[in-house]
Design a protein around this ligand. Structure first.
Ligand code: SIN
Length: 274
């Protein structure tokens, strides 16, 4: 399987779709972001491919599930007769998917249906490199800490703001609870250490006063989202991207509502600990 690097650090592009799955799996976890360009997939083909990676989990925002396959979430800024065609914004702030669940996401896949004239890129930040570069004193300080997570964007809780996490209905909120994850996680597949979800759903640190915890999380977020750890991915129609949620943060970018952008998204969970 031929791979073309997307940056000096991480990310690769390949014609991997029809390749033997073990090669795709290995290439994906080595690259962290794997892109396959210009495919023509039905929703079922997209779902079947995703299921090779593990069990998909339908998104809590159920009003935008694909009508035939609830495992697919429709991302779209289109409006038809005043009705949104999909979730317009899946997070224009750095986060990692399903870190607010006890069993978080292994990988997320987007399949691009419609690309805006301007913008609509996804940003990724490498959390292996961010961890590796920390001073030894900081590594010792955070090694055994657990962060407290809940659905949301710690930096913006204003429900009317553009960068708040997508607002949930009361029923959807009731499905979610506080969970804990190590601040430094050994990757469940590669075993490499990475900073985990220091931005987005992390609202505190177990056993630490709130001010101190937020100060530490903010310091780690500033470090972990520096430009030098980032990759910007541009889409064409038919592109399929898979990203590794355990070793990356990602952020959508803002697009103009009159410039249509539509993608299908599937999120596959890690193996359950039980
Ligand atoms: C996501 O965060 O799942 C979506 C990213 C994007 O829309 O670019």
């Amino acid at each position: 399987m031929q791979l073309r690097k997307l940056s000096a650090g991480f990310g690769a592009e390949s014609e991997a779709f029809g390749a033997p799955f073990q090669e795709v799996w290995d290439a994906f976890f080595a690259a962290q972001v794997l892109v396959m360009r210009g495919l023509r997939l039905t929703a079922r083909q997209f779902l079947e491919f995703a299921c090779r990676f593990g069990r998909p989990e339908p998104h809590v925002i159920d009003q935008f599930h694909h009508p035939e396959h609830a495992d697919i979430l429709i991302l779209s800024n289109r409006n038809t007769n005043g009705e949104p065609a999909g979730l317009a914004d899946a997070g224009t702030y750095f986060h990692t998917d399903y870190s607010y669940l006890e069993v978080p996401a292994r990988c997320t896949m987007l399949y691009s249906i419609e690309v805006p004239r301007k913008g609509g890129d996804t940003l990724f930040a490498d959390q292996y490199a961010a961890y590796d570069d920390l001073p030894a004193s900081m590594k010792r300080r955070i090694e055994n800490l657990a962060a407290l997570h809940h659905y949301g964007n710690r930096d913006d809780l204003d429900r009317s703001s553009r960068t708040v996490a997508s607002v949930l209905t009361e029923d959807q909120e009731e499905k979610l609870a506080w969970v804990k994850h190590p601040l430094v996680r050994s990757h469940p597949v590669t075993g490499r250490k990475a900073l985990y979800a220091v931005s987005g759903s992390s609202f505190g640190i177990e056993g630490m006063a709130e001010n101190e915890a937020l100060g530490l999380l903010d310091e780690l977020k500033r470090h972990a989202t520096q430009d030098k750890y980032q990759l910007r991915l541009k889409y064409g129609v038919g592109d399929l991207v898979i990203w590794d949620n355990a070793s990356l943060l990602h952020s959508a970018t803002l697009t103009a509502p009159e410039d249509p952008r539509t993608l299908w998204r599937i999120t596959v969970k890690e193996e359950s600990k039980k």
